[in-house]
Design a protein. Structure first.
Length: 359
């Protein structure tokens, strides 16, 4: 533990903090939990791709108690003792200035003749007194307390119990920048998703995203459970089928694929893959609203889900693990959707089109 701390203190902060400050992001604060998660991830990086698998990332964050919704991993494979500073500029180009990094962690692991260094950047919109436990018992009641970052207001909680229960939105009491909410795990055993949202000048923002195993033990290693559906098919139609199965299980109409929405989804997925950044707002195409208008698509309601995953199963699991994303997939008023997959980026656009009545 001591050697890791000294290495992090002397080697990592200067290039990371200096790079972000030079690009106008300020100086984020070091975070011990992020250091631990980064060190764990460094031991799991795929050396062939120099990247962290999405399932590995979520598992490690769960284990470390990191609940921030905005987490950006960056890994570098390099010889021992190499200067990282020249290798870091691409990291700045992947950041969203609306949500600048507020905290970071750095960890490394020797992998053969090389060293893997992982940097985790986090935009922390709320500082929780303590996160929810990873595991708890059925009918347990927990309280979340924290302090909102300046610029966030009107907090509320989204809770997604195990299927077939739907997503519930619960109020969160706000006193100035203080926030307080109560979560009851009373809808049966299984995995619960809990998100804390707040409004901002950019619209609603997910601040935290936690998974809590209720009445059962959390996995001891990264796992993905999703069925049914073959993964050898093209990912977009598989994702469409899974979304419609989810909606059917909740008594909602199946959605028809709309070519215009599919084009909007595909163009944004290509933009995300090109910039290697998972963001709803693009400097080139703007927001979902502007992308729809640019294509001349009129909608009565619309929403967008994004995921970065190793495969279509991982993308669907990411949507199901997030109460906010699951709520989008279960929009009762939606009539059509468009889905795209480009590399590891998945985009889903749901909309209610004029002249079509939801069933």
């Amino acid at each position: 533990m001591t050697s890791l701390f000294v290495l992090t203190l002397l080697f990592a902060p200067a290039p990371v903090e200096g790079l972000l400050a030079a690009h106008g992001f300020g100086r984020p604060a070091a975070d011990a939990r992020l250091d631990a998660a980064a060190a764990d991830l460094a031991r799991r990086v795929d050396l062939a791709q120099g990247d962290v698998a999405a399932g590995q990332l979520q598992f490690v964050l769960d284990q470390a108690g990191v609940v921030d919704a905005w987490v950006m991993p960056f890994s570098v494979v390099h010889p021992p003792g190499a200067d990282l500073a020249p290798r870091l500029p691409p990291l700045a180009g992947r950041l969203d200035r609306r949500f600048p990094p507020t905290h970071y962690g750095v960890g490394e692991a020797a992998r053969g003749a090389d060293v893997v260094t992982v940097i985790l950047l986090v935009h922390r919109g709320v500082e929780l007194d303590s996160p929810l436990p990873l595991q708890t018992k059925l009918n347990d009641i927990r309280q979340l307390r924290g302090t909102l970052r300046a610029g966030y207001f009107h907090p509320r909680l989204l809770v997604a119990p195990p299927p077939p229960h739907g997503v519930r939105e619960l109020p969160a009491r706000a006193d100035g920048r203080g926030v307080e909410a109560v979560v009851a795990f009373s809808a049966g055993p299984g995995v619960y998703g809990v998100e804390l949202l707040a409004d901002s000048q950019h619209g609603p923002v997910v601040l935290t995203n936690q998974r809590v195993w209720v009445g059962q033990a959390p996995p001891a290693w990264p796992q993905v459970h999703l069925s049914p559906g073959p993964t050898t098919q093209a990912p977009a139609p598989v994702l469409v089928a899974w979304i419609n199965l989810l909606r059917r299980d909740h008594g909602l109409r199946a959605l028809d694929v709309d070519p215009g929405l599919a084009t909007v989804a595909d163009e944004h997925a290509r933009d995300l893959a090109r910039r290697d950044a998972l963001v709803h707002h693009s400097p080139d195409s703007g927001t979902l609203t502007t992308r729809l208008k640019a294509r001349g698509i009129r909608v009565l309601a619309a929403a967008e889900n994004l995921a970065r995953a190793d495969d279509v199963r991982g993308a669907m699991r990411a949507f199901l693990d997030s109460p906010g994303h699951r709520r989008v997939l279960l929009m009762p008023e939606a009539t059509h959707l468009g889905v795209a997959a480009v590399g590891r980026y998945y985009t889903v656009v749901l909309a209610r089109l004029p002249g079509v009545t939801p069933r």
